[in-house]
Design a protein around this ligand. Sequence first.
Ligand SMILES: [Zn+2]
Length: 240
Amino acid sequence: MNASALPPHLPVRELASIGIVAFITTREAGSYGFPEVGDDPQSAARWHALQRVLADHGAPRLASARQVHGTRVLVHRDQWEGWVRIDGADAHVLATGGAAAVTIADCVPVLVAHPSGVVAAVHAGWRGVSAGILGETIRSFATLGLPSDELHVHLGPSICGRCYEVGPDVYEKLTGWPTRQSRRVDLRALLAEQAKELGVSRWSASAECTRCDNDRLFSHRAGDAGRQVAVILGSALTPP
Ligand SMILES: [Zn+2]
């Protein structure tokens, strides 16, 4: 593998240990957002370039979506070639290999991997965390015969618990605790707790915060319009 061909990124070493390639691009790679989020017109060209590089790395297809902070999980079973962008979804499970990508700039990129090579990429902001998109994703693995106790969940770079303050309504939705004031929440800690409750025993989290490490990563709350992309490569599920 010629890793130098990938755009500038942070590798997910925790998944490399089970043979899964995953990474998150850095600010240096440029933005992978879209004009609808006020981003620069170069982003589509970056996506096409990314797809070509991933094809060289053994992933002939790349799944992405216009993200809507919902709980729709796409389970990809087709074997298309090239880059697809589906309308209105926040999670991708790859049953037949290829690569899946989500864009983020404070929300949590959740990368889920089964040792068989079935993987998922999930975009989880406070709405997704509150609505249970991680649970929906893990249930999608179960429908493929892959139980939660065999999964590894990695929580990538996102805004940290010291930098992320939310209003009383959002705080109560996320924690169940009523409050009258704005409070800080740690989305990755909430997701780790959900993962544990869903039966996941192997999880890891990136040390980076999009806002604390704003020199290297885009942060919406720090005023950036740009987005980094989190990518995970899978391999086809072999029928038992
Ligand atoms: Zn921070």
